[in-house]
Design a binder for this molecule. Sequence first.
Ligand code: NAI
Length: 390
Amino acid sequence: MINGERTISQPLRWGMVGGGRTGQVGYKHRTGALRDSTYRLVAGAFDLNAARGRDFGINLGVSEDRCYATYQELICGERSREDGVDVVSVATPNFTHYEITKALLEANIHVICEKPLFFSTAECEEIAALAERKELIVGVTYGFTGHPMVRQMAAMVARGMLGEIRLVDMQYTHGFNAGDDADAPDAVKWRTNPKTAGATFVLGDIGTHVYYLSEIVLPHLKVEKLLCDRKAFIPSRAPLEDHATVLMHYDNGARGRLWVSSVNAGNMGSQRYRFIGSKASVEWSDSHPDQLIYEVQGEPVRIMHHGMLYLEEESLAIDRMGALHTEGLGDSWANIYLWIAQAIDAKARGDEAFLKTHHYPGIKAGTDGVRWLENCVRSADAGAAWVDFK
Ligand code: NAI
């Protein structure tokens, strides 16, 4: 169980680029980072609007001289200090991730970046090589995979409790973009423009979360082929999609189905995952993240609850609230941030043995997501054809 006690040698001096007052995801980062005495927020270039960003940073407790107008100024200012930032989170629109991450790494600063990581696997590979050369960590905020019940599913699959995996059924949908974009906020405008979002809308925006979660639960399975059918129900969003279905063939013969949509009008169920084996199935939804449905063929349905001693040790080890008390998205993000802090700490200590077995969403996870997107686009552009996964 996690109780907030520091597990690294020194708190990390932490900065943010983006995630300002009007940003959607910034607070999730701060909720995750500022929980376990592992990070102290000391600097930021929080906003494209420099004055608003400065005012916001001051209200967060950052000293005025470390609230910068741009990420370039942040790098310059922090490099000139002995107590400059150790790590910076990048919570800006997709098209800026690559250039900001690269500049931070070149300045010897660890990076925690939003998904989808970059626009291409070539960019991911270049950044991976740079991070390795500089001995720096790149973390990726797949914020849903720190839930204890996600680790419970992974542990149950690993222990063979479901038998051989046959079917994977996954969904991340909402209806927030069911109408047109005439009066859409900036966060929708940049998401529906290929120049700022990349080659996909919902596949990258929400599908990458789903794909990564499936990698956590099924690390032993690889996708061999996939078919992606995507469509823009609001024509102005084309060539980007607001809806997609992806069928996948895994290397053990299992079949997968993944549905992402932002035009599922009225839907508030968001994410649902069902992993089906030859003996049993597990089902999890982020609407009830601290529960897991476990169904063994021929037996009554079981609903497992977080924090209970019948769970696997991997799940109990990352529980924060204890059974009976609600555990949620903030706790999941706190786990992700903690794992990344431990990776940065180990890197700084040169503890490669720890890093070999330590699990956190890093550059490989980010790259896998981008590679999956490239395969989806290749299939969709070929008329929803089956393609070999490259
Ligand atoms: P947003 O448009 O709501 O906010 C972006 C923020 O970044 C704003 O504060 C803006 O002023 C600031 N900004 C933009 N360019 C900047 C620059 N060059 N320098 C400094 N600040 C800059 O966007 P949102 O929805 O917060 O998404 C940001 C990123 O986070 C995207 O990559 C998105 O895919 C990802 N995201 C991830 C989530 C997750 O669960 N991991 C959830 C929501 C978004």
